[in-house]
Every structure is written in structure tokens, then in C-alpha cells.
Design a protein around this ligand. Structure first.
Ligand SMILES: Cc1cc2nc3c(=O)[nH]c(=O)nc-3n(C[C@H](O)[C@H](O)[C@H](O)COP(=O)(O)OP(=O)(O)OC[C@H]3O[C@@H](n4cnc5c(N)ncnc54)[C@H](O)[C@@H]3O)c2cc1C
Ligand SMILES: N[C@@H](Cc1c[nH]c2cc(Cl)ccc12)C(=O)O
Length: 516
């Protein structure tokens, strides 16, 4: 049996792993987590996928347990501003795509769209978000969506096994540092040994397997399996085991960010329950509403703009409220480790890989990695099948998300600066150009998107294609000669439902302020 696990690193990745493994394996596993007392964490990670609710469910936590402790709010979509042209916006919502006579409603919209807004014609969430509303009534009732919440047959499934079966209507925003703190308490109460110290060196045997990590003040710490959660440093996986890092920068040039935490009276400001990504001259700015503050940051490519200019742009964007906020400049390592599991070491989190946070995939990568490791957990035979399956799953998820992000830039209609013009001529990941050709006459479906599990359903790809507006797409020829009355009825049903919801749902701020 492998039952002594050493986790190095106490950021989101380290504590999510420790808490999940305690929930999964209880006292049958012995976990030690070592984190530096002075190196600090990236600690941005504020927006998530809806799937993260499976993580909290697995830990036995309810929203009212952890959300108030992490200043959390709901995220119903990503809102993209100015990606097509100044003043334009569209939503990528968490909402099941409706389908009529075997075609997604977005295909019918291209043929028959009642208005020029695909998002408001095909989904109800965009109007709910514009009105600043909560998807739950004050008594906790969730708006009726075609999904299954907590049904028995869904218990214990991984995210990849869930995909396509349901679409939950919201994700979360939270303060990552507060979540790490919350999970520290959860883990330590359940027996995780917590050591605050620096790992100064890593001991290897003659085969190159890790036999222990040496700390400054706590001596050697040894285990069977080592989990490297040291962030961009990759102290065990990349440094000690020398596993190479495959950069994505040739296709995704953004390599820097500057972040601000802006305290704000959210009752006065109101909460628009979505992440906003506002395109800028050399990147984009995120805006994330939390209880008590707004998290914001400019993600940019250093080749196009200096850190000082990026900070100035961000401060102007936020306005006077940002005057006292301290800027946090971050250099991002974009890409993935060739293999995330090498010998007896598994990198999770930024060590394993990272792409710019445009679709909030960092914590999703961590959650996926943990689920896959729990499923492929080794014994002392160190069966290669488990390791290879794990490495393939991790590589696929990141390569797929990379393609999805590249589509945002290739698809963006705006071309008013060199940065946006270059985005149209830059090399694309293998296969994407061919896929885009297919989508020009039939929107993305399960047969034409990236072929391995990567977290994004086909409708997400369709939203980006339709919203960014730079690639001309035509309705499927079959729809031109089909009876559209059922699609018309569906558009009408969405209009009626939107009207009803915007009349009856409470304000998002009011919902969160009574949650405890
Ligand atoms: C600008 C930006 C915005 C982001 N936004 C989002 C978002 O909205 N949504 C999302 O899902 N994700 C987001 N992410 C990603 C998210 O922040 C990370 O996925 C998450 O924080 C995981 O980080 P980590 O735990 O791997 O590393 P870190 O937070 O860097 O933690 C590393 C840990 O390792 C420790 N350590 C390092 N070296 C040693 C050593 N030698 N000895 C002991 N300990 C050591 C450090 O002390 C620290 O505890 C964002 C990232 C960036 C850069
Ligand atoms: N199943 C994932 C993927 C997903 C589906 N819709 C969206 C929308 C956005 Cl903004 C991000 C992610 C997703 C999930 O539900 O989280």
C-alpha cells in the first residue's frame, strides 16, 4: 500500500489536495503538508467552474458553511466586453443549451434569430445577470433548470463522467486565500500534519525516485508519494526530477498580470453575478465581485506593454476606489509540465500547468487532477497504466483548454492594435484551424470540438465563436429548408421565462447578505 503522502506547498492546490484525500481515504492515509512560511502563494484564483460544487459536496460542505467564510458570490457566466468592438458585450453562461429537432438552438438562431443577440435569444441567464439577480430565491430554491441536483446516480462521478449529463446554472467567486485558510482548518482537524518550513533540497535514490525532502528546521520528511504543489517553482517535479515544461507561449502570448483588491460597499454598488473580461489594447482586465471587495487585474503580454503601463491602465479602469490598493505584479508560466506524474512525484496546480485565467480554469485543473489521482491512486507496484492514464488525462485537459482560449483571440473581431492584429496571424495549436473551417457551416458539436475531455462542452465553443464575431459562421444548410416553428416556440418560451425570472428573483447582494 501507498499510504504516506507528502504534499509540498500550501496554496490552493496543496490544501485542496490535502482536504480531498482526507475526505476520500480518511485515516487509511497519512498526509503531511509542508509549506514555506515566507514564500507566499499566488492566491488570486477567484472565479471557478460550476463543477467545483462536487468538490465541496465531496468534503461534506454546504454553501452556507464555506461561502460566507470566503466572501463568496455566484458566477452565472463570463461576460466578454469589447472583444468584438468597443461597447459590445456577450455572455458565456452556465446554462444547458436547448436543442430543437436535433439541432442546438444556436444553430436555429443563426437561421432564424429573433434579435442580433444570440446570448439573450438562446439563454435566460444573460438577462438575469444584467438585472443583478440571484439564481436562488431567498429561501434557497434554485430556479428550475433542466439539470439534476444531487440525484443518486450522479453521486461519486468525476467531472468527466458528469459532462453532458447536466449543466448546473452557476459557479462561484471567492477569495482564494480565505478558502486555503478554511481548508487548512478542515484538513488539520481531520489529521493532516501541517509543517511550516522551507524544503531546501530533495533526496533521490539511484533510480531517481524521491526518498525524502529536507527542510530548514524540521529535518527530513519522507513518504511514499510526493505531491508537488510549489506553484510556478516546481521544486520537486521540474527542479529535482528535471521534468521539462512545455510552454504554450507561441500560441498564447499573455505572460504577465497585475492584480488589485479593491474594497467596496457592495450593497451600494450591487453585484452583477458574473466574471467580466474587458478587452484592452494588449490583453484584458478581469472584474470579480466578492462580498466586501472587487478583485480585478490586467492580464497582458510583456512584449506589447510594460508592467508600469499595465498598472496605470488598470488603475484608470477601476477609478478612484483603487487609489489605496497595492498592486500585485505576477509573472505567469504558461504551459504544462510534459508529464505531471513522474516516478513517485505528482505535480498539481501551477507546477503541473497553467493558462491565463480568461475562462477561470486554474482551480478546475486542480480539481480534475485530484479526482484523477484519487481514481488512479498507485500501490507499491507503481503500475504504469495508472500513471500513464493520469498523465494523458492531465495533458488533454490543458491542451484542450489552450485551444479554447486561442479561439477567443482568433475569433475576436477587434483589430485596432498590433496585439489584436497579431492574434489573427499567430500560429494556432495543431488541429484548431481545421476545426474552425468545419464550424463555419455548422456550429461546434461533440464530434467537431477537441476530442478529449477538457471541461468545456460544445456549446461553450459555440458561444465564443458567435460572441467574438470575427469568424463568419453560416447556419447549417439543413435548417434553411426545415420547418422552424418549433424553434420559434422555443425562442418565445425563453422570452417568457426571462420575463418571469427577472420579475421574481431577488437581488444577488440580498441573497448573499442573508446567507449564514
Ligand atoms: C493572475 C492570475 C489569476 C488567476 N485567476 C484564477 C481564477 O480566477 N480562477 C482560477 O481557477 N484560477 C486562477 N488562477 C490560478 C490559481 O491562482 C492557481 O491555480 C492556484 O492559486 C493554485 O496555485 P498553487 O497552489 O499551485 O501555487 P501557489 O499559490 O504559488 O502556492 C505555492 C506554495 O508552495 C510553497 N512553496 C514554494 N516553494 C517551496 C519550498 N521550497 N518549500 C516549501 N514550500 C514551498 C509556497 O509557500 C506556497 O505555499 C490565477 C492565477 C493567476 C496567476
Ligand atoms: N462543465 C463545466 C463547463 C462549463 C459549462 N459552461 C460554462 C460556462 C463557463 Cl463561463 C465556464 C465553464 C463552463 C462547468 O459547468 O463548470
Amino acid at each position: 500500500m501507498i499510504n504516506r503522502v507528502v504534499i509540498v506547498g500550501g496554496g490552493t492546490a496543496g490544501w485542496m489536495t490535502a482536504s480531498y484525500f482526507k475526505a476520500a481515504f480518511g485515516d487509511r492515509i497519512d498526509i503531511t503538508l509542508v509549506e514555506s512560511g515566507h514564500l507566499g502563494t499566488v492566491g488570486v484564483g477567484e472565479a471557478t467552474f460550476s463543477d467545483i460544487r462536487h468538490f465541496f459536496e465531496f468534503l461534506g460542505l454546504k454553501e452556507k458553511d464555506w461561502m460566507p467564510a470566503c466572501n463568496a458570490t455566484y458566477k452565472l457566466a463570463v461576460r466578454f466586453e469589447n472583444w468584438r468592438e468597443q461597447g459590445h458585450y456577450f455572455y458565456h453562461p452556465f446554462e444547458q443549451m436547448r436543442s430543437v429537432n436535433g439541432f442546438p438552438l444556436t444553430d436555429w438562431w443563426l437561421q432564424e434569430g429573433p434579435t442580433s443577440r444570440f446570448d439573450k435569444d438562446c439563454f435566460v441567464m444573460p438577462s438575469v445577470i444584467d438585472a443583478g439577480l440571484s439564481p436562488r430565491q431567498l429561501d434557497g430554491t434554485l430556479i428550475d433548470q433542466p439539470f439534476v441536483e444531487g440525484a443518486d446516480e450522479m453521486q461519486g462521478l468525476t467531472m468527466s463522467e458528469h459532462q453532458g449529463k447536466t449543466q448546473f446554472p452557476y459557479a462561484y467567486h471567492f477569495e482564494a486565500a480565505l478558502l486555503a485558510k478554511y481548508l487548512t482548518t478542515y484538513s488539520v482537524e481531520r489529521g493532516v500534519k501541517h509543517i511550516i518550513d522551507d524544503v531546501e533540497s530533495v533526496d533521490l535514490d539511484s533510480r531517481g525516485w524521491i526518498t525524502g525532502v529536507r527542510t530548514g528546521e524540521h529535518g527530513d520528511i519522507s513518504g511514499d508519494l510526493y505531491i508537488d504543489c510549489t506553484g510556478f517553482r516546481g521544486v520537486l517535479l521540474n527542479k529535482a526530477l528535471e521534468e521539462p515544461f512545455i510552454s504554450y507561449q507561441d500560441t498564447l502570448p499573455n505572460d504577465s498580470a497585475v492584480a488589485l483588491q479593491v474594497p467596496m460597499d457592495m450593497e451600494k454598488r450591487g453585484i452583477r453575478p458574473c466574471t467580466t473580461a474587458t478587452a484592452q489594447d494588449a490583453g484584458w482586465i478581469w472584474t470579480i465581485p466578492l462580498m466586501g471587495r472587487v478583485g480585478t487585474g490586467y492580464v497582458y503580454a510583456k512584449d506589447y506593454i510594460s508592467p508600469e503601463e499595465a498598472e496605470r491602465t488598470l488603475r484608470e479602469f477601476v477609478g478612484p476606489a483603487a487609489a489605496d490598493a497595492e498592486a500585485n505584479h505576477i509573472k505567469m508560466r504558461i504551459g504544462r509540465s510534459r508529464n505531471s506524474w513522474v516516478k513517485n512525484c505528482v505535480g498539481i496546480g501551477l507546477t503541473s500547468g497553467f493558462v491565463e485565467p480568461l475562462e477561470s480554469t486554474g482551480i478546475f485543473f486542480i480539481h480534475h487532477a485530484i479526482e484523477q489521482l484519487a481514481k488512479n491512486f498507485p500501490d507499491d507496484n507503481w503500475n504504469e497504466t495508472h500513471r500513464d492514464r493520469y498523465n494523458d488525462a492531465i495533458a488533454h485537459v490543458m491542451d484542450g483548454v489552450r485551444e479554447f482560449l486561442v479561439l477567443h483571440y482568433v475569433g475576436a473581431k477587434r483589430n485596432d492594435t498590433q496585439y489584436w492584429r497579431d492574434a489573427k496571424t499567430r500560429k494556432m495549436p495543431d488541429g484548431l484551424a481545421e476545426r474552425i473551417e468545419k464550424w463555419k457551416t455548422q456550429l461546434p458539436d461533440s464530434e467537431t470540438v477537441f476530442p478529449y475531455y477538457h471541461g468545456l462542452p460544445p456549446y461553450s465553443w459555440g458561444c465564443i465563436l458567435l460572441g467574438t464575431g470575427g469568424i463568419e459562421v453560416k447556419p447549417s444548410p439543413a435548417l434553411r429548408i426545415s420547418d422552424s416553428s418549433a424553434a420559434q416556440r422555443e425562442f418565445e418560451a425563453i422570452r417568457e421565462k426571462t420575463e418571469h425570472l427577472t420579475r421574481t428573483l431577488p437581488k444577488a447582494y440580498d441573497y448573499f447578505s442573508q446567507l449564514s
